[in-house]
Design a protein around this ligand. Structure first.
Ligand code: ATP
Ligand code: MG
Length: 649
């Protein structure tokens, strides 16, 4: 069959997307070619949209063996100036920078203009200085999803301090570990957070963490007015300390390679790594990716549902949108409070145009049925995005049909904390879509698939996903542990950045992430990505979510162990087990027939919503003693219940 004839797995990009786009297929092809063949001039051009104190004359200077990565290395800029002040100076101070939607749907939303943002960031920056923070200091930010979290990040950038944001759901131990790892002397927090109507004792958690690590000062923002204990000499109320600070604060000139932030990875595969990003390359990368991938138009409302504690929140709530002068929505709450329609209620209320969320949220909402979506007028939406995990074609279809009414492009953006911004995705006006495929490489990105011995695989194939050339937004090191950086990413395949993910490339050059390489299972000599079996299970009308792992099997080498969560109202039974086995066999083939089906009301997930397969693997292996780092688990109770279920089989 010829390529042109077989379009069965394609979804054509909707006409509306094509009309408006800033990048057609021809543009994409020309720009992509230039970004590789003439990388320096391409990126020098992109960098010109930013204001530099000293424009860079050297663009790329990197090597993967030995590992040294520099971009724009003789340039100087300040990312806060570019994200905030630049727009005010250009006369756009009245434009809305942030819309804040509180946890309580009855609470008052806030609209913060660029001029207000500038004033708030200056106030925070001067307060940090008053505390004693200076250039190069590490400042931990442990905040709820409120604008003050963004102010704190931008204020650090303004004064040249390195921020380390910790997701507000983490425990005192997790905070202590991260504070210690980067020797952060300062913490910005709030009295409490609010999620789904429940207060989160942020300040109290910080107090407990600081029993274990020394600290010079804690800045506390009053949010819920909940009661907290203030330690004399160490803790300061923000509203008090900031009362008399000056109204101006120059932006510190930063070398492009000066550190901007440290961010700990999700911990899906091991102990979290303190990934370090620097200023110039990250600014250019987030500005450029946001501009092209989200195809932002002036005045539109962009909503990324991530938390600022994850890289997605850094790059696509704060830096990417603000560098583009966009309006970004910040949502304090959760998708199912007060009801399962909250996302759609917020989209309707704030006339959201671009909506960017994670497969875990899509699957959870899909499970509750489409009535929640249909209740709301979603006509403002024009682009939908997904990030964080492979999105199963079933969930993709639901997103496309039910949320997008079959009219909106979906971008499935593959990237990592370490990549700083999106790497593989379709562009809304350039590419047709294939449900389940991330799509094509973004400008400057050179993906390569290799086998386990490092041999390069060409054409339509499947292998380990590497990137062969540096891009501006690439992480520069693991903070304080450059060896771990080199070991983790550059030693498996010499001279290449190894992503840790498995991937298939089809005959059209589209990339399909098949899951972590560690998660690949080998059944009787057949290699299988866990994502494929999971997608087949989720396709079944009674299944909400599935996680698949391998376990030692006498005959096959590895057997297939499936953890399955059913849709609301469905009950596990032996009949259903048989039905699901038959279903997977039909969808993929007899080789993929599940050996074990383990029904569970919930799966263990990281705080960022990713399934922790390494723990599921241990449970399937009956190895309950060495579950590894569980500090980033969202709900440790889920693991206990699974172990219990396993022991009683
Ligand atoms: P750790 O590195 O600590 O194990 P993590 O890899 O989950 O944690 P992140 O950097 O938040 O931390 O996640 C990046 C990973 O998420 C990618 O390597 C990939 O496995 C997965 N991922 C992200 N987006 C997509 C996507 N669109 N499609 C498929 N997988 C994705
Ligand atoms: Mg990772």
């Amino acid at each position: 069959m010829t390529q042109a004839a077989d379009r069965s797995d394609w979804i054509e990009r909707p006409a509306a997307a094509t009309d408006r786009t800033n990048c057609s297929l021809d543009d994409y092809q020309a720009l992509y070619a230039r970004s590789i063949e003439d990388a320096d001039s391409f990126w020098a051009g992109q960098a010109q949209r930013l204001e530099w104190f000293t424009p860079p004359s050297r663009i790329a200077n990197w090597s993967y063996d030995p590992v040294s990565i520099k971009w724009f290395e003789d340039g100087a800029l300040n990312i806060c100036h570019n994200a905030v002040d630049r727009h005010v100076i250009a006369g756009n101070g009245n434009r809305t920078a942030l819309i804040f939607e509180p946890d309580d749907p009855g609470g008052d939303p806030r609209h913060i203009s660029y001029a207000e943002l500038q004033a708030e960031v200056i106030r925070m920056a001067n307060t940090l200085k008053k505390l004693g923070v200076s250039k190069g200091d590490r400042v931990t930010i442990y905040m709820p999803m409120v604008p003050e979290g963004a102010y704190a990040m931008l204020a650090c950038a303004r004064v040249g301090a390195i921020h380390s944001v910790i997701f507000g759901g983490f425990s005192p131990d997790a905070i202590a570990g991260r504070v210690k790892d980067c020797a952060s002397d300062w913490i910005v927090t709030a009295d409490e957070g609010l999620r789904g109507g429940k207060p989160i004792p942020l300040k109290n958690n910080v107090d407990q963490a600081l029993e274990k690590v020394p600290n010079k000062g804690v800045l506390v923002i009053r949010h819920t007015d909940g009661s907290v204990t203030m330690t004399e000499g160490r803790d300061h109320w923000y509203h008090e300390l900031s009362a008399d600070v000056p109204g101006d604060c120059a932006c510190e000139p930063m070398n492009a390679e000066d550190p901007l932030f440290i961010l700990y990875t999700s911990g899906s595969t091991g102990t979290p790594k303190g990934v370090l990003h620097t200023t110039g390359g990250y600014a250019v990368w987030t500005e450029t990716t946001f501009r092209y991938i989200f195809d932002y138009r002036e005045g539109e409302v962009f909503w990324c549902t991530a938390d600022i504690g994850w890289v997605t929140g850094h790059s696509y709530i704060v830096y990417g949108p603000l560098l583009n002068g966009a309006t970004a929505l910040m949502f304090e709450g959760v998708p199912n409070y007060p009801d399962h329609d909250r996302f759609w209620a917020v989209c309707e209320k704030h006339k959201v145009n671009i909506f960017y969320t994670a497969p875990t949220a899509i699957r959870a909402l899909m499970r509750e049925g489409e009535a929640h979506v249909k209740k709301h007028d979603l006509s403002s939406l024009r682009l939908l995005g997904s990030v964080g995990e492979p999105i199963n074609p079933e969930a993709w279809r639901w997103y496309y049909d039910t949320v997008g009414k079959g009219q909106l492009p979906i971008i499935d953006t593959w990237w990592q904390t370490e990549t700083g911004g999106c790497m593989i995705t379709t562009l809304p006006g350039a590419h047709d879509m294939k449900p389940g495929s991330a799509g094509r490489p973004f400008f400057g990105v050179c993906p390569q698939l290799v086998d386990n011995d490092g041999n390069v695989l060409d054409g339509a194939t499947e292998g380990n996903l590497c990137i062969t050339r540096s891009w501006p937004g690439q992480a520069r090191t693991v903070y304080g542990d450059h060896d771990r950086f080199v070991q983790t990413y550059f030693s498996t395949y010499k001279g290449k950045y190894f992503t840790g993910d498995g991937c298939r490339r089809d005959e059209d050059g589209y990339y399909w992430i098949t899951g972590r390489v560690d998660d690949v299972i080998n059944v009787s000599g057949h290699r299988m990505g866990t994502a494929e079996v999971e997608s087949a299970l989720v396709l079944h009308s009674k299944v909400s979510e599935a996680a698949v792992v391998g376990f030692p099997h006498d005959i096959k080498g590895q057997g297939i162990y499936c953890y399955v969560t059913l849709n609301a109202g469905e009950k596990p039974s032996d009949d259903l087990s048989g039905e699901l086995r038959a279903h997977v066999r039909k969808e993929i083939g007899p080789i993929a027939t599940p050996d074990h089906l383990h029904f569970t009301p919930a799966l263990p997930k990281t705080r960022s919503g990713k399934i922790m397969r390494r723990i599921l693997r241990k449970i399937a292996e009956n190895d309950f003693e060495s579950l590894g780092d569980t500090s980033t688990l969202a709900d440790p109770g889920v693991v206990d219940a699974l172990i219990d279920g396993r022991q009683h089989r």
